[in-house]
Write a protein that binds this ligand. Structure first.
Ligand SMILES: Nc1ncnc2c1ncn2[C@@H]1O[C@H](COP(=O)(O)OP(=O)(O)OP(=O)(O)O)[C@@H](O)[C@H]1O
Ligand SMILES: [Mg+2]
Length: 216
């Protein structure tokens, strides 16, 4: 299965989800290819950090690709792996479109603020266009860096729920230092010590919600 994290907003949590997904899937015994398709190369930096933290045993294969090679190289390699996770940048780029032309699951985090939610229509248009060439594409949204309390999350959730193009996963990741810490150590959230049980539970709930949509 090919998973892509993306959207049309910077800093929403695409790489945070992609790294956790790559680590989690490989912890489940899946043979994972993790593709950094963002020029910023944050996913690549994560993998370098993880390699050094785990003495070369990061548990997945990492590559960097850009533009149309994201499509051609992943198509070439995907048969050798159980799963592929592609991390894209927060703009409507050739790389993101190349990923969307072959992905099964497109995951779009939204930070619960107006400027972020205003990109929803653009994301919907992008998905609709890409579904013409890739009808199997399933797009999903969720709230990331949610406020621990307050009505913003709920209001944003209501807006995302109304989309007929993206399935809304009602399993937010709260704004927790543990997510940022795990990335900086090259770890998945479930590997962090001491563990952050709430953050771990949120990630697992998000993963299960995504699985339910895939199986629906
Ligand atoms: N749930 C969260 N709780 C706390 N911090 C978070 C959370 N999600 C992401 N962050 C932090 O927010 C910042 C942006 O996250 P991330 O790099 O995953 O976003 P991105 O969408 O990949 O950004 P870019 O558009 O630059 O690629 C990072 O410093 C990350 O550690
Ligand atoms: Mg990123």
């Amino acid at each position: 299965m090919i998973f892509t994290t993306g959207g049309i907003k910077g800093g929403s949590g695409k790489t945070t989800l992609a790294t956790n997904l790559a680590v989690y899937l490989s912890s489940q015994g899946r043979d994972v290819l993790f593709v950094d398709a963002d020029d910023q190369e944050s996913a690549h930096e994560f993998s370098v950090q993880r390699d050094s933290a785990l003495q070369g045993n990061k548990g997945y294969t990492a590559v960097r690709q850009k533009d149309k090679e994201v499509r051609s190289e992943v198509l070439k390699l995907s048969g050798k792996f159980d799963d592929v996770v592609i991390d894209t940048g927060g703009r409507d780029t050739a790389s993101q479109r190349a990923a969307l032309s072959i992905t099964d699951v497109y995951l779009v985090p939204f930070y619960p603020r107006s400027l972020d939610i205003w990109t929803l229509e653009k994301v919907e248009n992008l998905v609709s266009e890409m579904q013409i060439v890739n009808p199997k594409l399933k797009a999903m949204s969720f709230v990331n860096r949610a406020d621990p309390k307050g009505i913003d999350n709920r209001e944003v959730g209501e807006m995302l729920k109304e989309s007929s193009v993206l399935h809304y996963l009602d399993t937010p990741l709260i704004n927790r230092k543990a997510f940022a810490n795990a990335i900086s150590f090259g770890l998945g959230i479930l590997e962090l010590k001491p563990a952050d049980d709430k953050a771990s539970a949120e990630f697992l709930a998000l993963y299960e919600a995504m699985r339910s949509v895939i199986n629906s």
